[in-house]
Design a protein around this ligand. Sequence first.
Ligand SMILES: CC(=O)N[C@H]1[C@@H](OP(=O)(O)OP(=O)(O)OC[C@H]2O[C@@H](n3ccc(=O)[nH]c3=O)[C@H](O)[C@@H]2O)O[C@H](CO)[C@@H](O)[C@@H]1O
Ligand SMILES: C=C(OP(=O)(O)O)C(=O)O
Length: 435
Amino acid sequence: MKWLKVEQTPQLQGSVKIPGSKNSSLALLAAACLADDTVILKGIPNISDYRVICEIVKEMGVEIERDTDDAVHINSNKIFHTTIDPKKSSSFRTAYYFIGALLSKFGKVSLGYPGGDNFVSRPIDQHIKALEKMGAKFTFHEDYYEVEAEELTGATIYFDTITSGATINSMLAAARAKGTTILMNAARDPEVVDTAMLLNKMGANISGAGTDTIKITGVSQLNGCTHTVIPDRLIAGAFLISAGMTGGTVTVQDIVPEHLRTFISKLQEIGLEFMVEGNTITSYSTGKIRATRVRTGMYPGFPTDVQQPLTALLTQADGKSIISEKVYPNRFNHVQQLIRMGADIKVRSGVAFIKGKTHLKSSVVHASDIRAGICLILAGLAAEGQTAITGVQHIERGYENVVEAFQSLGARITLQDSNLSHNDIEKVGGVYHSL
Ligand SMILES: CC(=O)N[C@H]1[C@@H](OP(=O)(O)OP(=O)(O)OC[C@H]2O[C@@H](n3ccc(=O)[nH]c3=O)[C@H](O)[C@@H]2O)O[C@H](CO)[C@@H](O)[C@@H]1O
Ligand SMILES: C=C(OP(=O)(O)O)C(=O)O
C-alpha cells in the first residue's frame, strides 16, 4: 500500500507548470472517437483515468498511442464493438461520455455504472433525460446498462440542474445527430468550452458554449484535427493555496488566468496577494489568513473541487469561517481527517463551520478522493511533525507527479512504496486509527 510522508515545511517557494485538465481530457478522449480519422490531443495528463480509458478504447478497436512529444493520437476507424468492460468503466467517472460519443455512429453502447469519486451519490438522471429526448433507450441491469438508438435526432433539452457532465454528453451525442439540438440551462465550465472547441475543429457545428444556451446542428461526418487540452484550473488553485498554507510564494505557469477569476477574488478576501502576468499567476502569503464565508457553485462560482484545499487553509484563519457546499452538499470526507489532525470543524446540512486558528499536528490520515488528498497534503505541510496519508491511488486519479511538483517548491513530501510500519505510525503519534 503506497502512502505519502509529509513533513512540516514552512514557506514553499517556486514555480510549477500546470498540466492539462483531467476533467477536460476525459471528455476530449471520448470526443475524439466521433471522428473518422486521427485526432491528436496535446497535454493529456498521464493519470490513472487516462490509462483506463486507453485500455477501454483499445479493447473496442481504437488505435491510441502517446508519441515521443507526449501527444496522444487516437484513431477510431476500426471500432468493432461498443461493449465496455463494466469493471473498467466503473473505475472512473466519465465512461458515460462514450454513450454520447459512440451512439450516433454505432447505435448501441453497453457499460458499467459511473465510478470516480463517490463522496456522495452522483445521479445521472440529466444525462438519461437528455439522451432519451434525442431518441436513446436505456436498459438497466445489475452491474451494467445498455443504451440503444436507431437514430439520434436533435431536441430541445432543458437541464433541471446545471451539470457539466450532462452538458458535455449531450453535445457529444448531438454533434452527429440528425437536426438541431438546443441545450438550455447548460453548464458554462471551461471544460464544456474546450470540448466544443475540439468538436468544432473536427467539423461540428456548435455555438454558444460558455453561455447557458448551446446550439448544436448535427453533421454527417467529423474529421481528424490537432487540439491542446486546457490547463487544469483545479490543480492550479490547490498550488496557489499552498502559498497561503505555508507562508510562501508560489507561481503557477501555463494556466488561463480567466478560469481562476472567482478563485483569485475569494482568496484575496482571505488575505493572499496575487500577480497575474500572461499565462502565470503568483500567489503571495501576506502572513494573514482572514476567516470568510464561501458558497461553492457551478462555474463561474467557487469550484467544489477546490473546497477541500480551501478548508485546509481556513483551519489557519483567525476566526470562524463557513463553507456552504452547494454542488455536493455532503462532500466533506476530508473534514474527519482534518479533525484528526487537530482542526476544529463541525458539519451540518451541507455547511462546514471552521474555527481557526488551530494547531495542526501529525497523524495517519486517509485520502478518500482526489481533492481530499490534496487537502491533506496541504494540511500536512502546515502540521507539526510528520503526516502519513494513505489512499494515494485516489490522488493519482487526478494529479500526475504531484509529489515531484510539491518537492520542486521545497515541500518535504515523499511517496512511500511499502506498508506503513509500526515505526512510521509511532512517528505520527502512535495511533493507527481505523480508516
Ligand atoms: C470528470 C469531471 O468532469 N468531474 C467534475 C464534474 O463532475 P460531474 O460532471 O459528474 O458533475 P456535474 O457537473 O454533472 O454535477 C453538478 C451537479 O449536478 C448534479 N447532477 C448531475 C448530473 C445529473 O444527471 N443529475 C444531477 O443532479 C450533481 O449531483 C451536482 O450537484 O463536475 C463536478 C462539479 O463541478 C466536479 O466536482 C467534478 O470534478
Ligand atoms: C470529483 C472529481 O472527479 P470525478 O468526477 O472524475 O470523480 C474531481 O476531480 O474532484
